[in-house]
Design a protein around this ligand. Structure first.
Ligand code: HEC
Length: 206
C-alpha cells in the first residue's frame, strides 16, 4: 500500500517539478545563461546517433582546386558570419550566439570529422542551435564542396586560402561561383559584374 502511494506521489511530483522548473521563469533561455542540466550531453548523444545512422558514407565529388574555390566562395557568402574566416576576429553575431558556432578555420575545426558528417549538418542544419539547414538553398554538389573544404581546412591549396580572405567574388574564377538558379540567400551581395555558370560543367580555372 505504502509502495503504491509512493509510486503515485512520484508520478505526480516529478512531472510537476519539471513543469514548475520550466514555467517558473528560472530555466535558462538567454544566450548568456548556463546550460539546462544535461543539455549538452543529451543534445550531442541525440545528434550523433542520428548522424551515425543517416550520414552519406561516400563523397561523390573530387577534392579538386575548382571544388575548393567554389566551396570558399559559398563559405564566405553563407557561413563566415557565424563560423569566421582565417585570421579574422569573431563577428558580433558569432559572439552573441549560444551554443557558440565553432570557428571552422581555427584549431582543427572539423578536419577530424568525416566529410559525410559535415555534409549531413550543412544539409539538415541542427535544430535549436542557430545552425541553419541549407537543403533548400544550396545544391547537393555545393554542400559537398563546403563539406570537402572544411574536412581539408588544414591542407588547402594556396589559391583556396587566398580566396577565403579575399572579398566575396573578387578572387573567384567564374567557374567557382554558384549557378544563378541556386537562389542565393543574399542575391544583392553578389556583384552583378560577375557572370555565373554551373561549377560542374565549366572548365577548371587556370
Ligand atoms: C547563423 C549562424 C550560422 C550560420 C550562418 C552557419 N552556421 Fe554552422 N553552426 C552554427 C552553430 C551555432 C553551430 C553549433 C551547433 C551545435 O552546438 O551543435 C554550427 C555547427 C556547424 C558544424 C558542426 C561543427 C562541429 O564542431 O561539429 C558545421 C560543420 C557547420 N556548422 C557548417 C556550416 C556551414 C558550412 C555553413 C554555411 C553553409 C554554416 N555552418 C552556417 C551556426 C551557424
Amino acid at each position: 500500500m505504502k509502495f503504491i502511494a509512493g509510486l503515485l506521489l512520484g508520478l505526480i511530483l516529478v512531472p510537476a517539478g519539471v513543469y514548475l522548473y520550466f514555467t517558473s521563469g528560472s530555466a535558462p533561455v538567454a544566450t548568456t545563461d548556463s546550460d539546462v542540466p544535461f543539455e549538452n550531453f543529451f543534445a550531442h548523444k541525440t545528434l550523433n546517433a542520428r548522424i551515425a545512422k543517416d550520414m552519406p558514407k561516400n563523397v561523390p565529388i573530387q577534392a579538386t582546386e575548382a571544388n575548393y574555390l567554389a566551396g570558399a566562395e559559398l563559405y564566405k557568402q553563407h557561413c563566415s558570419v557565424c563560423h569566421g574566416l582565417p585570421l579574422s576576429p569573431k563577428t558580433a553575431i558569432a559572439k552573441g550566439m549560444y551554443p557558440r558556432p565553432p570557428l571552422l578555420f581555427e584549431g582543427k575545426g572539423v578536419t577530424d570529422d568525416e566529410p559525410g558528417e559535415s555534409y549531413w549538418k550543412i544539409f539538415n542544419g541542427i535544430r535549436m542551435t542557430g545552425m541553419p539547414g541549407f537543403s533548400k538553398s544550396l545544391s547537393e554538389t555545393q554542400i559537398w564542396q563546403l563539406a570537402l573544404l572544411l574536412a581539408n581546412a588544414d591542407k588547402l591549396p594556396d589559391s583556396a586560402k587566398a580566396a577565403l580572405v579575399a572579398p566575396i567574388g573578387v578572387s573567384a574564377p567564374a567557374a567557382s561561383l554558384p549557378p544563378a538558379t541556386s537562389a542565393p540567400v543574399f542575391p544583392s551581395s553578389v556583384p552583378s559584374s560577375i557572370p555565373s555558370s554551373a561549377p560542374s560543367s565549366a572548365p577548371p580555372p587556370k
